[in-house]
Design a protein around this ligand. Sequence first.
Ligand SMILES: [Zn+2]
Ligand SMILES: [Zn+2]
Length: 263
Amino acid sequence: MRECARGEHCAARTTTVQDGRITVHPARTYRPFCDPDVARLRSVLTDLPRRYAELCARLGERSRPADGPRVSGGGRSTIPLNLGHEAFLRELATIVLSWEETVRTTARLAPVTVSRHPGRAAVSRACATLRAHIEVLLSCPPTPMLRTLDLARAETVPDAEADTAWVHAGWIGAVVELDGAAAGIELFNLHHRALARLGWTPQHHDLRTPCWDCDLPRLRRWDGTAGLSDHVECRECGSQYVGERLRLLMAAEEQLARNPKAS
Ligand SMILES: [Zn+2]
Ligand SMILES: [Zn+2]
């Protein structure tokens, strides 16, 4: 048994308070991620192609000149109005497609015969493949993977893991050893960054029921719109409400909402 690779973001984490200090304990699991996080990863893989398409559409709107002069040469006027945006889409496609290739090789699936050009169709297909073979993905041994980042984020290249890193025209490339757990973390992060770029702002819900552990009315249900967070957390003592405890708490909250004077 080991700790769930999502660490303090683990969906089934517990917290303990000792001498006023809060400690987060990720769930113990035989696999890289606990079962609730594997379920979340599945919903991330379902949602990611839709977010990718939304971001592509937004990029198209922005880079289409309204009344500007036609740009000659190649017929494609790709004025990079938002370099970071384009770089992110490329990074997303690269990562998703690289894991698809690894999974196809490991699971002995037929190689992709259609165009390998990263685009909406390729990203959708790759996510569907990863979702269907999620156990293969998560049990991947460390594999050298090529990752590129724009220079602004060069500090995020883990130099201890990077066998090779090189810089070219605004890019930094690195070969890093990544395993199945790292794949899951990459996918969770890509989804989170896609939502942030789309301006997705979570709608949290503050409960009226006081926390069962510290008696203070500091409970918050984190927005689960993206299927990423279905739990209540006390912002005072850090106590977590998941599973059966969450169900009981929400029943109590409903009672309180119906009959506020009863408490
Ligand atoms: Zn977990
Ligand atoms: Zn509390």
